[in-house]
Unconditional design. Structure first.
Length: 386
């Protein structure tokens, strides 16, 4: 039976996951008009369900690729020449993790907003904790976000997106620039739903930056590049930023030579490593962003201790819009055990999986035959010795 208004988005989603389906297939299966199906599918795409129409076909398909479907637009922050300007970095929030630190996160945003005048917070990856990221990962997730099975990961996406909304405070003129990381990707891989897209659709102050790399223009001469790489922590904290800066320098030089213009100057901010560090290579700068997640079982196995901290970047620009002075200020916090319990939690709304109540399997009609009376025991035989 199909409810009024056609099938639910989740029923459509589950049916399309099995194999590509045409509009006619969907319409016949759910017994609704093709127009109603088109409206539903369009709404699903806007909400973060990753759907495509196959080339040379009219069939819809759910995709689990981690490659963004479209590059995010550049966001210009104008009129910065000659001005003192601050941005905040709050990376690796891991909403949905038992070890998430939303209390420290809120204190950092409040401190950056009130004390430094920060109006732009950048999140270079892993705003959500994902699912099935490493062996034993489900044990590190809060019960309200833990999927019952891989085919329920779409519920994890919705719950974790809701937590991102809960954890990031709202201020009238504060904007967040949020990019996905390797943890968020696991939800796409397992379900086809983009949790970062879901989170950003919840609020107007959230700007969606896709995955891997996002360059946000500051002026015509400079930009901030958010990066969420892969791999483990290097022996020297500065190693990864240094190698990335080298690549950015060559990239800027190639573009400048091709366009016969001065090179763009960039500030690179790396998430993923859960450490803070500043590697200045003027005029380029590389920073590790810290995190807002405590020590997970995975980090314990690797003997790693995270830096629970946000970062404030203070910049001053010259008259041509190029960064002139830059300082890096980590704002550290102590880990709060089970901090997630101090905050509201989403409701997964999974169906009840109680055991079925079975009727009596067999019934007997008529009178049951009477059992024969028990036979009395025989008298013992005695033998006279006379």
């Amino acid at each position: 039976v199909i409810e009024d208004g056609g099938p639910s988005e989740q029923k459509l989603f589950e049916y399309m996951r099995d194999q590509p389906r045409s509009l006619k297939d969907l319409s016949n299966h759910f017994n609704v008009s093709p127009k109603k199906i088109e409206e539903k599918v369009h709404g699903m795409s806007e909400k973060g369900y990753r759907l495509i129409i196959l080339p040379m076909s009219d069939k819809f398909m759910v995709i689990t690729s981690t490659v963004p479907q479209a590059n995010p637009p550049e966001i210009s922050i104008s009129e910065l020449m000659g001005r003192h300007f601050c941005i905040g970095i709050a990376s690796d929030l891991h909403a949905g993790s038992r070890h998430a630190q939303p209390t420290g996160l809120n204190k950092f945003v409040k401190f950056a907003y009130e004390e430094y005048g920060v109006r732009h917070i950048m999140v270079p990856g892993d705003p959500t904790d994902g699912a099935y990221t490493y062996r034993g990962h489900l044990d590190d997730m809060i019960p309200q976000c833990r999927p019952l099975a891989r085919d329920r990961v779409w519920k994890t996406a919705e719950a974790e997106a809701e937590l991102v909304d809960i954890y990031l405070p709202k201020y009238e003129d504060l904007r967040y620039f949020i990019m996905g990381g390797n943890h968020d990707r696991t939800v796409i891989t397992n379900s086809g739903v983009d949790p970062v897209r879901l989170a950003c659709d919840r609020r107007e102050d959230f700007h969606y930056g896709g995955y891997d790399v996002w360059s946000i223009r500051l002026t015509e001469k400079s930009y901030v590049r958010l990066v969420h790489p892969s791999g483990g922590v290097a022996y020297a904290r500065s190693y990864h930023p240094q190698k990335a800066i080298e690549g950015m320098a060559f990239e800027a030089l190639r573009k400048a030579m091709a366009e016969d213009l001065p090179p763009m100057i960039s500030i690179m901010v790396m998430g993923h490593y859960h450490l803070t560090n500043h590697t200045p290579e003027p005029p380029l700068h590389g920073l590790l962003a810290g995190c807002f997640q405590g020590q997970t079982s995975y980090l314990k196995q690797k003997r790693l201790t995270p830096h629970i901290a946000g970062v404030i970047i203070e910049m001053r620009f010259d008259d041509r819009g190029r960064p002139w002075l830059l300082s890096h200020t980590p704002v550290p916090f102590e880990e709060i055990e089970d901090d997630w319990k101090n905050w509201p939690v989403p409701e997964m709304k999974d169906p009840s999986y109680k055991a079925d109540e079975l009727e009596i399997l067999m019934k007997f009609t008529g009178d049951a035959p009477q059992a024969p009376p028990p036979t009395p025991p025989e008298e013992p035989t005695t033998t006279s010795l006379a």
